[in-house]
Design a protein around this ligand. Sequence first.
Ligand SMILES: [Zn+2]
Length: 49
Amino acid sequence: MQLSPDRLEQARQDYEHHLRACRQCGVDGAHCPVAKHLRRLYNLARVGR
Ligand SMILES: [Zn+2]
């Protein structure tokens, strides 16, 4: 598998967009399961080989 910078960037944007769009994530900085999932995907993309 090949790591694409675009893919990493896409994962980051998905995560950040969710934090702004999601009501629950906006309240306390308490991240909902979706945010955790997106952040995990981002971390995997970043660390991925
Ligand atoms: Zn959320």
